[in-house]
Design a protein around this ligand. Structure first.
Ligand SMILES: [Zn+2]
Length: 287
């Protein structure tokens, strides 16, 4: 099975590097195009999200090691989804402490989120060779601040959004925010575990506290305009899906997805088009 040969980390700011803007997103070769990053302080390195396998996480670790030899002390999971957490095992084995919201820990211990879940995306055992799910060992409910020496990372939980445990990571010194999957840019949005009403509210709040640079969960480096577009996407998707799915069944999902896609607000989103029908099956149609 082919895999991405090397992960490139782009320098975002003085202390922050990230893998961003992956094209041709695929569960097999690039963790659905999930982003990940590293914050490098004088004393320690903090990794934000770890991609979806030991192999992908290992490539991320190698990419960080090409930039710095400082100790990788922390991994932060923005939420529990596989494309952001299943590489945790590589960093835990290298001595990092995995940190996340308490719900993220709970979700990663849930057998329903086990490695077998990968089969629905046709991810093979070979893709997952060496992968072991590692849940956060340090958890929090509201906020947590980690000092890396000369730079700190503030973790904040704004209530349920993309998942019940999604958090953001702010690096104030650099005016950078890792939004996790609260923001998708140029990607269709996974809403299967979402609380759409609070998610829209949180996106509005984030717009008013606008950091200069946002690293979304998927897609290129983003700004406040992308938060606004994301809020509009969620609102329109939810309204139209509710209307179009009335009286329909799961067998209609693909046809409704086609019609719904025409009604979604601009800018158009090129990546993960299959997510539209998946959202309909899980959230809006009877199973
Ligand atoms: Zn996600």
């Amino acid at each position: 099975m082919s895999s991405e040969s090397q992960i490139h980390l782009q320098q975002i700011s003085a202390h922050v590097y990230a893998r961003v803007g992956v094209a041709n997103a695929s569960p097999l070769t690039n963790s659905f195009g999930a982003n990940a990053g590293a914050v490098i302080g004088c004393d320690a390195v903090l990794v934000v999200d770890t991609l979806m396998s030991a192999a992908q996480g290992g490539q991320l670790l190698s990419a960080i090691r090409r930039i710095t030899d400082r100790p990788i002390r922390y991994v932060v999971n923005t939420h529990h989804h596989m494309d952001h957490t299943w590489g945790n095992c590589v960093f835990a084995a290298a001595g990092a402490t995995v940190i996340g919201h308490e719900y993220t820990r709970q979700a990663l211990h849930d057998p329903a989120n086990g490695l077998a879940r990968a089969q629905r995306y046709r991810i093979s055992a070979e893709n997952l060779a060496g992968t072991v799910i590692v849940a956060p060992s340090v958890t929090f409910r509201q906020d947590l601040r980690l000092d890396l020496g000369g730079v700190s990372v503030e973790l904040d939980y704004p209530g349920p959004t993309h998942t019940a445990g999604s958090i953001i990571a702010r690096i104030r010194e650099d005016d950078v925010l890792f939004s996790g999957d609260m923001l998708f840019t140029n990607y269709h949005v996974t809403m299967i575990d979402g609380d759409v009403a609070n998610w829209c509210q949180v996106l509005r709040t984030l717009q008013s506290t606008a950091p200069r640079t946002i690293i979304p969960g998927h897609g290129p480096i983003s700004s406040v305009a992308d938060l606004q577009a994301m809020e509009e996407y969620l609102r329109v998707f939810d309204e139209e899906a509710t209307r179009l799915c009335t009286g329909k069944t799961a067998a209609d999902a693909d046809a409704i997805a086609q019609e719904l896609s025409l009604r979604l607000p601009s800018p158009p989103r090129a990546e993960l088009p299959f997510i539209v029908a998946a959202n309909l099956r899980v959230r809006y149609l009877p199973r």
